[in-house]
Design a protein around this ligand. Structure first.
Ligand SMILES: [Mg+2]
Length: 394
């Protein structure tokens, strides 16, 4: 059947127009604007790569990370997950759950190069690719280079190509917006393919647990439970005004999502402003030593994500979330672009050192931000000195 295709920006404008007229989007109008979105997510990415490259790890419970008493699991194989091992879990806990768990150190440069391979496959189909992390991306294939009308067909092809090229499996979710495509990719993991069609979307979200909704973390979920909201169908009982009053701007998103609507576009951000990673711990931590190990892991992850050719940032920000959810950030802007693990880890340690770790901490994050301002000529000399110092220290 022929459907009307809107350019993404026209589409957004049109949605705004509809809202300004009548805040309620009619199903028929929405159907006309339907887009074809795929969410691809590699299965246990880091751990699967390690199992692929080392025969001794195959079929075994494997953790990427450090086995030391204060280490944490960065990623776990499916065999390890069966024992309850999860990422961000202290290694000590993981070993209690699975005494024969094998640990291997992360090879983030390898993960980055596999990531490039899969991103290239996505680009064969469309420019509208929005990577969420090394192993995950949204694709808008409404219009694609091969003129394939079925998004499901494209998802199958991509899964096949990924397997041929990398010997790894991915799961795909196909739907008409980002919210549902992401839920769909998680629905039949691993090696899954799940489709949520426009006519089924609204009913599908009714049965969905509130924790699965976009933007619902621990705190929001708790607040929703207190309002008696456990599923999408409970959420739907609340008016837009009630939800906005309770959750601010996010309330508007919840209102739309509860109706299977999500108007966020797939945005290929070539002009990425920052690159970061964070880790929420299984148990709150108050030891500086353990935080330093986690920082090590997070810094490797961030460096693995940046493309050194076109991402240059000089500002490093450390984010700490305490057990009471209070967030603090500490930043430092240097003269030299941060492109190596050694640089990032060193700055991270400097930022972490003065932080009060006596209250328990539940999350640590690290970000490198692009600095738009060019380096002033007067700083160039200073920059050279810093760079030399840095080289000498290594
Ligand atoms: Mg994944």
């Amino acid at each position: 059947m022929q459907t009307f295709q809107f350019h993404p920006y026209l589409y957004k404008t049109f949605l705004f127009y509809l809202r300004s007229q009548n805040s309620q989007i009619t199903p028929s109008a929405y159907y006309l604007m339907v887009r074809k979105i795929i969410h691809i997510d590699m299965d246990a990415f880091f751990a699967s790569i390690e199992q692929r490259d080392n025969e001794a790890f195959r079929g075994k419970p494997l953790a990427v990370g450090y086995a030391e008493a204060r280490g944490v699991v960065a990623a776990a194989s499916y065999e390890a997950r069966r024992y309850g091992v999860r990422s961000a879990m202290p290694s000590k806990t993981a070993l209690k759950k699975c005494p024969h768990l094998i640990f291997t150190h992360g090879r983030y440069d390898v993960y980055k190069s596999v990531s490039n391979e899969i991103m290239e496959i996505f680009q064969e189909y469309t420019d509208l690719v929005e990577p969420l992390s090394l192993d995950e991306a949204f694709l808008d294939v409404t219009e694609n280079r091969f003129g394939i009308s079925s998004a499901t067909e494209i998802a199958k092809e991509i899964k096949q190509k990924i397997f041929e090229k990398t010997n790894l499996t991915a799961s795909a979710g196909v739907s008409y917006n980002k919210f549902l495509a992401k839920i769909a990719s998680d629905y039949r993991k691993p090696d899954g393919l799940f489709i949520i069609r426009p006519k089924d979307g609204e009913q599908f979200v009714e049965t969905l647990e509130i924790e699965r909704f976009f933007g619902v973390g621990k705190v929001t979920a708790e607040a929703m439970h207190q309002m008696g909201i456990k599923t999408g169908s409970d959420l739907k009982q609340f008016s837009e005004a009630q939800l906005t009053q309770a959750f601010g701007k996010a309330g508007h998103t919840f209102y739309l999502n509860a109706r299977g609507i999500d108007d966020r576009l797939v945005e290929p951000d070539r002009e990425r402003k920052s690159m970061g990673a964070e880790l929420t711990f299984e148990h709150d931590i108050d030891s500086l030593e353990q935080l330093q190990l986690i920082l090590h892991e997070v810094a490797e992850d961030v460096i693995g994500r940046i493309d050194k050719r076109d991402f240059i940032g000089r500002t490093v920000t450390l984010k700490i979330k305490y057990a009471d959810f209070q967030i603090i950030t500490r930043s430092k802007t240097g003269f030299v672009p941060v492109t190596t693990f050694e640089q990032l880890y060193r700055i991270g340690l400097e930022l972490l050192a003065p932080i009060d770790t006596s209250p328990k901490i539940r999350l640590l994050g690290l970000t490198i931000k692009r600095n738009d301002n060019r380096i002033h000529p007067a700083d160039a000399y200073q920059l050279k000195i810093q760079f030399e110092e840095w080289k000498n220290e290594r």
